[in-house]
Write a protein that binds this ligand. Structure first.
Ligand code: GDP
Length: 423
């Protein structure tokens, strides 16, 4: 049977809680490693008189990738009977945000790891908050290292209760908790006999029960324009408008409109690299299309379909963001905001509230410190196109750049009138 269903997942959690070990275990137990890799890594450990760690598998794969044997450095794959999973390895907040916002690796579900012995850390909560803020609703919480607490049911239930209370405070309904040991393999690919009190699913079973992208394909069409390729065909100058489809689908004959410019035309053909022409393309694919009319569109515009819901176009936005910058977010500095493929200058106009994402306590002041979440208003140098998060999270996500570094990210919650309108 050919499996052609994919699902992108991210794995997050406090450092050392076991992310790499769990990934290694998933790869090994689903036979997704290159032939002989497991034996090779075990042998290396033996020779160096070092105990074998599943996390080494990931390092070994990364070394291989670094040598150019596999192309993609940030992703690993494993498959079940149902589908292929792509793990977007997000070692830190910054990588995670970059991944989330570039859309190149949009996650449909997340594994959040908590060390059963160490318990819930500030980061366990922050990551949970961030996932929900960025619209990743399917979160499976793995209470790891159960072997270190003698598979104690009481302790597991304490963690579940405490974390569930936190999730419900931030509006996430989660009943997806699994007690596991990544190290021993308990409840990862097969049910453990050490926890007879647990009668839920294994990690793999749970993943297979999650919904995939379907929702995204059924949404309105959104494709941030990445680049325009010019070519000549039969003496005509033609252009291919290229990008990755964030949501929805596009067909030959669809009337498309580009925002913020408002330019329109009809799709003449859909072209993919190294593929024959197709009539339709869907969310997740890198695609390109030609138009009936020769209109001048630029990188950064958002391609939409005329009959579908319009995106917002604005120079003033209310956002919810997570700040990671070394310097505070403040109105004394200028930033760049990146939404889709658009990049414009942004000035902080007002901080509405500041929130500590691990304690959920709020304050009001006019700057935001590292690791804080805040609701703020930005004034932009020119119009951008986006969706409000409640309509479509994918195209509401943005990152903020401070002095060439990604320093924050979040979602646009509202499109505001330009300040001058109510002066
Ligand atoms: P990461 O920083 O979240 O990727 O954590 P790692 O996967 O590197 O694990 C950190 C340490 O915890 C390593 O020494 C692992 O061997 C250990 N570890 C991870 N999972 C388990 C587990 O289920 N049981 C035990 N006993 N140790 C574990």
């Amino acid at each position: 049977k050919i499996i052609n269903e994919n699902m992108n997942i991210v794995i997050v959690g406090h450092v050392d809680h076991g992310k790499s070990t769990i990934i290694g275990r998933l790869l090994a137990d689903t036979n997704s490693l290159p032939e002989g890799k497991l034996e090779q890594v075990k042998e290396t450990c033996r020779r160096n008189a070092k105990p074998f760690e599943y996390a080494f598998l990931l390092d070994a794969l990364k070394d291989e990738q670094a040598q150019g044997i596999t192309i993609d450095t940030a992703r690993v794959f494993f498959k079940t009977k149902k589908r292929k999973y792509i793990i977007i390895d997000a070692p830190g907040h910054i990588e995670f945000l970059k991944n989330m916002v570039t859309g190149a690796a949009r996650a449909e579900a997340a594994l959040l790891v908590i060390d059963a012995q160490e318990g819930i850390m500030e980061n366990s909560k922050r990551h949970g908050y961030l996932l929900s803020m960025l619209g990743i609703k399917q979160v499976v919480v793995l209470v790891n290292k159960m072997d270190l607490i003698d598979y104690n049911q009481r302790r597991y239930e304490q963690i579940v209760e405490e974390y569930r209370a936190f999730l419900s405070q931030i509006g996430v309904e989660a009943d997806l908790f699994i007690p596991i040991s990544g190290f021993m393999g308990d409840n990862v690919a097969s049910i453990s006999n050490k926890m007879p009190w647990y009668n839920g699913n294994t990690v793999l079973e749970k993943l297979d029960l999650l919904n995939n992208q379907k929702g995204v394909k059924d949404q309105v069409f959104r494709m941030p324009v990445q680049s325009i390729y010019k070519f000549t065909a039969g003496g005509d100058d033609r252009r291919i408008i290229a990008g990755t489809i964030d949501t929805g689908k596009i067909r030959v004959g669809n009337e498309v409109i580009f925002y913020p410019s408002g330019k329109k035309s009809k799709v003449k053909s859909i072209e993919r690299f190294n593929a024959s022409r197709i009539n339709e393309d869907i969310a997740g694919s890198a695609t390109g299309f030609t138009l009936e009319e020769q209109i001048y569109v630029t990188r950064g515009e958002l391609a939409c379909i005329i009959d579908e819901r319009k995106p917002e176009v604005s120079t003033r936005i209310k956002t919810k963001l997570f700040w990671l910058g070394k310097e505070n977010l403040s109105s004394n500095r200028g930033y760049y905001i990146k939404v889709g493929t658009q990049r414009v200058r942004a000035d902080l106009e007002e901080v509405i509230t500041v929130l500590d994402a691990s304690t959920l306590s709020t304050t009001t002041r006019q700057y935001v410190q590292r690791h804080e979440v805040a609701e703020v208003i930005f004034k932009l140098e020119k119009e951008i196109a986006f969706d409000r998060a409640e309509n479509l999270t994918e195209t509401s996500r943005f990152v903020l750049v401070d002095n060439y570094e990604i320093s924050g990210g979040g979602i646009v919650v509202d499109s505001l009138e330009d300040g001058k309108d109510w002066l």
